[in-house]
Design a protein around this ligand. Structure first.
Ligand code: DX5
Ligand code: ZN
Length: 208
């Protein structure tokens, strides 16, 4: 199992990113919030771009924003493996996915807890990554929604039936207990479970 660490709940981002850089974590999950798609707002790009000073890990950028076309060119400049946008937005999703791909970056779609897996069908051929939210997007430290287990199973069946090889990740409330509900995922995104501990590597290893 791959692990992507979210630093959304970090109280000392430079220190926590440096510590994560010394672990075997696969990706750094970068949560971006615009105060519109979700209530909270994360720091602007001019500040966020400094993360490259503290980590050489590849980034897994999760855009919880209404208008990703404004953010994609910025985050494409960084050491980015995936850029993920939400399927619930009003923007032209295929255009945004193509914009991500134009930078040779893998593109992803995220689905919020109340969004049905079938909503992804029109976009499946474009996707490298599918992020299933196991909490309502907007903040770290929330409890894992149990129905995510069924949703992941449903998604796996859908991907098999269309013969799609996209990676599946699950994001929100992941720890060493809830990870057992995620056997149908390929990547676990975990924030507070790792960041609020005093041994990042031990927590990361417990998720694999
Ligand atoms: C929630 C974010 C998640 C979150 C994960 O809106 O997308 O990435 O930070 O953090 P935990 O593991 O604390 O739920
Ligand atoms: Zn996230």
């Amino acid at each position: 199992m791959k692990v992507s660490a979210s630093f959304l709940s970090s109280k000392n981002i430079p220190k926590d990113l440096s510590t994560l850089n010394d672990t075997d974590v696969d990706y750094i999950h970068v949560d971006i919030m615009d105060g519109k798609f979700v209530e909270n707002k994360t720091m602007p790009f001019r500040e966020m771009r400094h993360i490259y000073e503290y980590t050489s890990k590849r980034l897994d950028v999760h855009l919880m924003v209404e208008d990703p076309s404004k953010y994609i060119p910025l985050y494409a400049e960084l050491n980015t493996e995936f850029i993920t946008i939400h399927v619930e937005i009003e923007e032209d999703i295929i255009k945004d996915l193509e914009l991500i791909k134009s930078y040779s970056i893998k593109c992803g779609l995220a689905i919020s807890p109340d969004t049905k897996v079938n909503t992804l069908i029109p976009y499946l051929p474009y996707l490298d990554y599918i992020l299933v939210m196991s909490v309502y997007p907007g903040k770290g430290g929330q409890e894992f929604i149990p129905n995510t287990e069924n949703k992941l199973k449903e998604l796996r069946e859908l991907l098999n039936s269309y013969n799609i090889k996209a990676l599946v990740s699950v994001d929100g409330g992941i720890d060493n207990i809830t990870k057992d509900k995620c056997s149908n995922a390929d990547v676990l995104v975990s924030g507070s479970y790792i960041i609020k501990s005093d041994n990042f590597q031990e927590k990361i290893s417990s998720l694999r």
